[in-house]
Design a binder for this molecule. Structure first.
Ligand code: B12
Ligand code: SF4
Length: 455
């Protein structure tokens, strides 16, 4: 059987807003996971539009099966590709987060759609398809990561990504924030589950080089699992990055174990510095926690902070941007990611906004956390968009980067400057590396930087 798997990009990678380096970070792990279920004699390839123009490759492509992973921001493009394949009589399977949120919309462009994670439904479909009796809709209910076939990393062209060693050892998260994709995607079964520790360690062991990026929503979400994983990773000489929540970082002992196993940078969902917003978004694990203590604890453990903030919640007024940036610079955050609040279909936030008549349009292209797609309360849409861009500019000014780094010990000060500067200040260098397919060459530099400028 011949199979083409496609991860379409949000704007065909031609928009001026497209930052090549942001999209050349991670390979299509979801599709490589699904490819693991195919037979060894199946002919399969993965196309990732974030790192290549795919027009020529899909123009006359007539495989037996096309698989497209659909995110909200790439839905339009995904449907366009799906329609073209179907016109040619090729069977099209659509799955992923957006298909799960809006199955009827997706079904109009597919021969089969998949709701939720694919580990149970995909092998079932493959058996049906080979028998010539595929169903139109597959809904995931059985959730386990045990006994899975290995991820087909051989299909990933490592040289196209800065972080080819991305890995997930769990799915979902134990929390239930209103704006998050998670509850909708995992409806109908468990919404947080992990691999067996030994399987996770074996997968880590298979990855070449030193650097790892855990894409798990919350790597610290199951303390027993996390402790055993970090214990097993000690001595593997890895440096790695991951995401975790405020409460888990403050929990005594766990962070130290992670740092001893090689954790060097952590993505933290602070979301907002306005306490009232947290209750509104059911972000209970953040309520009443000292964010200063979180930043201090991470820095004391030698871990850089990548802080995530959302602007436009109902408690935010026009001062929220400057206050957030000032706080971040004061506590020495190395990097920050800002978002305009975006109600994704299927979430509790979307339902609440829709019931209140506050959703202004359904142009999914603009549900990219850079545009205002709802009626905000405490500030108007143009203030919100302008403030969002200003926050990025102000946070990544050299003056702010110097100030944030200033109070740190020498090695960590250099690391802060190199990491924040490298990420935002050398765009032409990244572009040149990406264009010449050399981006992977920057990985040793990333490893050295993460390691406090030491090899
Ligand atoms: C890595 C990542 C990225 C990477 C690359 C994506 C990639 N290479 O896959 C980059 C940096 C490019 C990125 C960018 C963005 N991202 Co992003 N990203 C992620 C992240 C952290 C991990 C994805 C991942 O690899 N998961 C692990 C794999 C194993 O799971 P999976 O991909 O979901 O695949 C499984 C299932 O979905 C399913 N499946 C998927 N497709 C199909 C198809 C079929 C036929 C079948 C059967 C099954 C199936 O089976 C797979 C195995 O179970 C997720 C968070 C998350 N936990 O998913 C956010 C996430 C997907 N991103 C999100 C967003 C909003 C964005 C941005 C818009 C952010 C921004 N402001 O720029 C952009 C735009 C992306 C785009 N192209 O449209 C949202 C998506 C919301 C939505 N409803 O679509 C998420 C959920 C984050 C969040 N919590 O809000 N992202
Ligand atoms: S903690 Fe993060 S991943 Fe978990 S539900 Fe909240 S936003 Fe989603």
């Amino acid at each position: 059987m011949r199979v083409t798997m496609i991860l379409p990009a949000l704007t065909e990678a031609t928009s001026p807003l497209f930052r090549p380096i942001k999209y050349s970070l991670f390979p299509p792990l979801g599709l490589a996971t699904l490819a693991g279920y195919l037979d060894p004699d199946d002919e399969v390839r993965i196309l990732d539009e974030h790192v290549e123009r795919i027009g020529g490759q899909v123009a006359d492509d007539r495989p037996d099966l096309v698989v497209i992973q659909v995110y909200i921001t790439s839905a339009r493009r995904s449907y366009e590709l799906a329609d073209r394949y179907r016109e040619r009589g090729v069977f099209v399977a659509l799955g992923g987060l957006h298909v799960t949120s809006l199955p009827d919309e997706a079904a109009a462009h597919a021969d089969a759609i998949f709701l939720g994670p694919g580990e149970d439904t995909w092998p079932r479909f493959l058996a049906d398809f080979r028998r010539g009796e595929p169903a139109k809709r597959y809904v995931s209910t059985e959730r386990t990561l045990q006994g899975l076939p290995p991820v087909r990393r051989d299909l990933i062209r490592r040289e196209r990504y800065l972080v080819p060693n991305s890995i997930v050892v769990s799915r979902g998260c134990p929390h239930h924030c209103d704006f998050c994709y998670k509850d909708a995607f995992f409806a109908g079964g468990k919404s947080f589950y992990t691999q067996l520790v030994d399987d996770a360690l074996a997968e880590i062991d298979r990855l070449p080089g030193r650097h790892l990026y855990f894409l798990d929503d919350h790597l610290l979400g199951n303390r027993r699992f996390a402790e055993a994983l970090f214990e097993g990773m000690r001595g593997m000489n890895r440096v790695w990055q991951a995401a975790g929540t405020v409460d888990a970082i403050l929990a005594p002992g766990l962070l130290e174990k992670a740092a001893a196993a090689g954790l060097r940078s952590m993505f933290v969902g602070f979301e907002t510095i306005n306490a009232g917003n947290l209750a509104e978004q059911r972000k209970r694990q953040n309520v009443g926690r000292s964010y200063e203590a979180v930043a201090r604890r991470l820095h004391d453990a030698g871990v850089m902070v990548n802080a995530s903030f959302v602007f436009g919640m109902d408690g935010d007024g026009p001062d929220v941007f400057d206050r957030t940036v000032a706080w971040g610079v004061d506590v020495g955050l190395e990097t920050a990611t800002f978002h305009i609040m975006t109600p994704y279909p299927g979430t509790a936030l979307f339902r609440r906004m829709e019931a209140a008549g506050r959703i202004v349009h359904r142009d999914w292209d603009r549900y990219d956390t850079r545009h205002v797609v709802y009626r905000p309360r405490g500030l108007n849409p143009s203030q919100l968009e302008a403030g969002y861009w200003r926050a990025y500019r102000d946070f990544y000014r050299w003056r702010s980067i110097w100030r944030g780094a200033a109070g740190k010990p020498r090695d960590y000060r250099m690391r802060h400057l190199a990491y924040a500067g490298g990420w935002k200040k050398f765009e032409p260098v990244w572009d040149a590396l990406i264009r010449s397919r050399q981006v992977l060459r920057a990985l040793p530099l990333l490893e050295t930087t993460l390691n406090g400028m030491r090899r």
